[in-house]
Write a protein that binds this ligand. Structure first.
Ligand code: PEP
Length: 256
């Protein structure tokens, strides 16, 4: 049986300033010190603060990454950030396909897939965010949408590349709304994604890939959301801005 190491990411979005980013990094480092031995913990600060956050994380068992990246490693792409630049600053990971980019900024499956490939080319671990909107859910299309997004992300990748991806299942209607999927709904969605990976690759690879849940995870609901056998942790927005709340969520992801 494959044992997957839990993963919890904190997506800070566009919050805070430099002083707050450093203070929050220090507070998170202290609060999760004993948990980081058992859980992969990553924080995703705004780009301008990556270097300062990386500096504050030296010697601490917490990693950091970018909230997005350019689909190209270098070139005339004004205003964009290369995944190699994230790696150059010591980051080890990048989020792609967050719903605030898919739905807020019109990023298509193809754009997300090209960012994913650029992240892999820069030797980053990539967190591929997928999830259906409320309208898609109401129309009974949730499974189809998620399956399409996963297929588009993994298309053409070999097993070694696929292993470097973490999938974040984040139903769009649950992000920042205070509404969460039920633990059973989250588990079912994750099990379907794992089944799909099994059909695209094989059972061993499907069992090795981490699938985390995102959408209004809080200290009070994290343990039950993470209890499903296919739920390997979470991607946390609002609650990652409070070190104690984020630490409590990381603690809930620890293997029992
Ligand atoms: C997110 O931004 O990925 C997220 C899950 O946000 P929140 O936890 O605030 O719903």
């Amino acid at each position: 049986m494959t044992t997957r190491r839990p993963f919890v990411g904190g997506n800070w979005k566009m919050h805070g300033d430099l002083a707050r980013a450093v203070e929050l990094t220090e507070d998170v480092s202290a609060a999760v010190a004993s948990i980081a031995e058992a859980v992969d913990i990553e924080i995703y600060p705004p780009f301008p603060y990556l270097q300062a956050v990386g500096h504050a994380l030296r010697g601490v068992g917490v990693a950091f990454g970018g909230q997005d990246c350019c689909p190209h490693l270098e070139g005339a792409y004004t205003g964009q950030t290369s995944p190699s630049m994230i790696a150059d600053l010591g980051g080890n990971s990048v989020l792609v396909g967050h719903s605030e980019r898919r739905h807020g900024l019109g990023e298509t499956d193809d754009i997300v897939a090209s960012k994913l490939r650029a992240g892999l080319a820069a030797d980053l671990q990539v967190v591929l965010c997928v999830g259906e909107t409320q309208a898609e859910r109401d129309a009974g299309q949730a499974a189809e949408v998620v399956s399409r997004q996963v297929r588009a992300g993994f298309e053409g990748l070999d097993a070694a590349q696929a292993r470097r991806i973490v999938i974040a299942y984040e139903p769009v209607w649950a992000i920042g709304t205070g509404v969460t999927a039920t633990p059973a709904d989250a588990q079912n969605a994750h099990a379907s994604i794992r089944e799909l990976l099994g059909s695209m690759y094989d059972a061993e690879l499907a069992a090795a890939i981490r699938i985390i849940y995102g959408g209004s995870v809080k200290p009070g609901n994290a343990a039950e959301l993470f209890a499903g056998p296919d739920v390997d942790g979470g991607l946390i927005g609002g609650a990652s801005l409070k070190a104690d709340d984020f630490a409590a969520i990381c603690r809930a992801a620890m293997p029992s």
